[in-house]
Design a protein around this ligand. Structure first.
Ligand SMILES: Cc1cc2nc3c(=O)[nH]c(=O)nc-3n(C[C@H](O)[C@H](O)[C@H](O)COP(=O)(O)OP(=O)(O)OC[C@H]3O[C@@H](n4cnc5c(N)ncnc54)[C@H](O)[C@@H]3O)c2cc1C
Length: 403
């Protein structure tokens, strides 16, 4: 007889990524018992940065993490645009002080591992054994009374309700709704980190920088109190279709993808120890996220292309809302899940769609012409337009929702 890992009156979360941990912390803060089952044997995130806009920092602050975040974050001090070939620089928009004034909270850059560590510490402070590692979910079944989760180890866990927060390749989603059909976008994303002291002074600065050019986009910003520079680039390529951050590339291959770009781009690339590459895929919207006692959150139900930097933030928002719904309808979590879906569907669908649309602006073959870049900056990269595009996202406050 295989021992059951959890009492059957708890909520089980499958996946201890940013969304799963945010949901677990939000539930524990509201006094709801929860266990998190994570496949990795160590709790860690990929070595890369993440931008958390004000709509996300507002949630993390509400979860009691403001002081801990202050020890690791970089508060954005502005954003610059640079010409892929000439290096000409334009100010894009100010997010530091302005973000706090305009949206009520800061826009920050953090190392994913640091954010993850802070979430895990806060969870363990409330329930020391809440996060269970080395638990890869391989199957999930439910009856009218409970859900049974099976793991690769042969162990099983019983729970009253389950939240699948197991990311883009979600096993929980597959068990509920069958295999998905991702479509390759023709874009590959690269990520890497560089110690700030390895970069020349004119690059190791605090404003985030977006390099715009034909067939590609480069972005870099500081993380971990400004000790590291986070590098992300996206390039049009059709020869790489693996959607995984554990796949290592080489700096030579990355440099080749941006071979005619400005020397400052290459100055960063050359200092990346291990660049990782990820093929960007799209999936059609799901009609529903819930079946019976099981629901989904984050990338498991609405994976988002990275062009608006919102996938992680949406997972954090989902986690907060699902906890509020479960607390409100604790006696009837089926209603809680229905309410959660109602609240989250429209917003996340809009983010998925707009991220897809923004891809077209980021990849404009006309930018191969040097003069076209200045025209594009004047027409498409103005502060007023950025605000128009982002205000509805950044100003939203899920902590104020009437559930
Ligand atoms: C290039 C790039 C840049 C990005 N930049 C940003 C940004 O700046 N801001 C932003 O908000 N978002 C950004 N995103 C999106 C963001 O990374 C994701 O949307 C976010 O990580 C989703 O969180 P999640 O918790 O849903 O899933 P994940 O972070 O993928 O976490 C899923 C967890 O589940 C675990 N797991 C998986 N399968 C199982 C299983 N069978 N059993 C148990 N555990 C399992 C995994 O190990 C993992 O820990 C970016 C994405 C890309 C590709």
């Amino acid at each position: 007889m295989v021992a059951s890992l959890a009492p059957s009156n708890t909520i089980a979360i499958i996946g201890g990524g940013i969304g799963g941990l945010a949901a677990a912390l939000a539930l524990l803060r509201r006094g709801v018992n929860v266990d998190v089952y994570e496949q990795s044997t160590q709790l860690k995130e990929v070595g890369a940065g993440i931008a958390i806009s004000s709509n996300g920092t507002r949630v993390l602050d509400a979860l009691g993490l403001k002081e801990a975040l202050a020890r690791i974050q970089v508060v954005s001090s502005g954003r610059e645009i640079r010409h892929w070939k000439t290096g000409e620089t334009w100010n894009w928009f100010e997010l530091g002080e302005n973000s706090a004034q305009r949206y009520g909270t800061r826009h920050m850059f953090v190392h994913r591992g640091d954010l993850h560590g802070i979430l895990a510490e806060a969870i363990r402070g409330l329930k020391s054994n809440a996060i269970k590692l080395g638990k890869r979910c391989v199957a999930i079944t439910q009856t009218d009374e409970h859900v049974e989760v099976r793991f690769e180890t042969g162990e099983r866990a019983n729970a009253a309700f389950v939240i699948g927060a197991d990311g883009i390749h979600s096993k929980v989603r597959e068990c509920l709704f069958g295999a998905d059909r991702p479509e390759f976008t023709g874009c590959v994303a690269w990520r890497g980190l560089v110690p700030m002291q390895c970069l020349p002074a004119h690059i190791s600065r605090m404003p985030g920088t977006n390099w715009i050019g034909p067939h590609g986009h480069v972005l870099h910003y500081p993380v971990r109190r400004g000790e590291l520079m986070n590098f992300i680039s996206i390039v049009e390529r059709d020869d790489w279709k693996i959607e995984s951050w554990t796949v290592e590339g080489t700096t030579a291959e990355l440099a080749n993808d941006f071979c005619n770009w400005h020397p400052d781009v290459h100055a960063i690339i050359q200092k990346i120890d291990t660049p990782f590459k990820w093929a960007l895929m799209v999936r059609g919207p799901m009609e529903r996220w819930t079946k019976g006692r099981i629901t989904l959150l984050g990338d498991a139900c609405h994976p988002i292309l990275p062009f608006l930097g919102q996938g992680g933030v949406m997972a954090i928002e989902d986690g907060y809302v699902i906890a509020a719904c479960l607390k409100r309808y604790l006696a009837d979590p089926t209603t809680a899940f229905a309410r959660y879906e109602d609240i989250r569907r429209e917003r996340t669908t809009a983010v998925v769609r707009k991220s897809h649309e923004f891809r077209k602006q980021a990849f404009n073959p006309a930018l191969a012409d040097n003069d076209a870049v200045a025209v594009s900056v004047a027409q498409k990269w103005q502060q007023a337009l950025a605000r128009e595009r982002l205000d509805w996202l950044y100003a939203d406050d899920v902590t104020a929702l009437q559930i």
